[in-house]
Design a protein. Structure first.
Length: 136
């Protein structure tokens, strides 16, 4: 299972490094000490944390005020859940404050090695894109 540095977790969740450290210090996000005393987060533990946070309220980073944005169509995140049946797979990802769900063939999910805790990129193709700017 992959592990992620504190800064990588912060980037994936759209929060600061200090926020991730606070979650780790309070026991909310389990961490592991690697040789050389580097603190990392296990990918499966991160996926579980994101799932619990989603059930408890807004996604991590969702409360960050937006001043302007035109999102690109590639969203880097972490896989939080994969549900497979005989032919299809449903893959859920957390990309910053956004939850992305993709339906694909089971074969594609298997070939990509998609499991909770794996970093992936969701590419979104749409003919309609809404761009919003909140009141300043």
């Amino acid at each position: 299972m992959p592990t992620y540095r504190i800064s990588e977790v912060a980037g994936l969740l759209g929060v600061s490094d200090d926020t991730v450290r606070r979650w780790a210090d309070t026991g909310r996000l389990p961490t592991v000490k690697e040789p050389g005393a580097r603190t990392v987060v296990d990918g499966a533990a991160l996926a579980d944390f994101i799932g619990r946070a989603a059930a408890d309220g807004p996604a991590p980073g969702a409360e960050t005020p937006i001043v302007a944005r035109s999102a690109r169509n590639r969203l880097r995140g972490i896989v939080t859940r994969v549900t497979r049946d005989g032919v299809m797979a449903q893959v859920e990802m957390q990309a910053g404050a956004f939850r992305v769900v993709s339906l694909m063939s089971r074969e594609a999910a298997d070939e990509l090695g998609l499991e909770p805790g794996v970093v992936a990129v969701a590419s979104v193709k749409s003919t309609n894109v809404v761009v919003e700017v909140p009141q300043r």
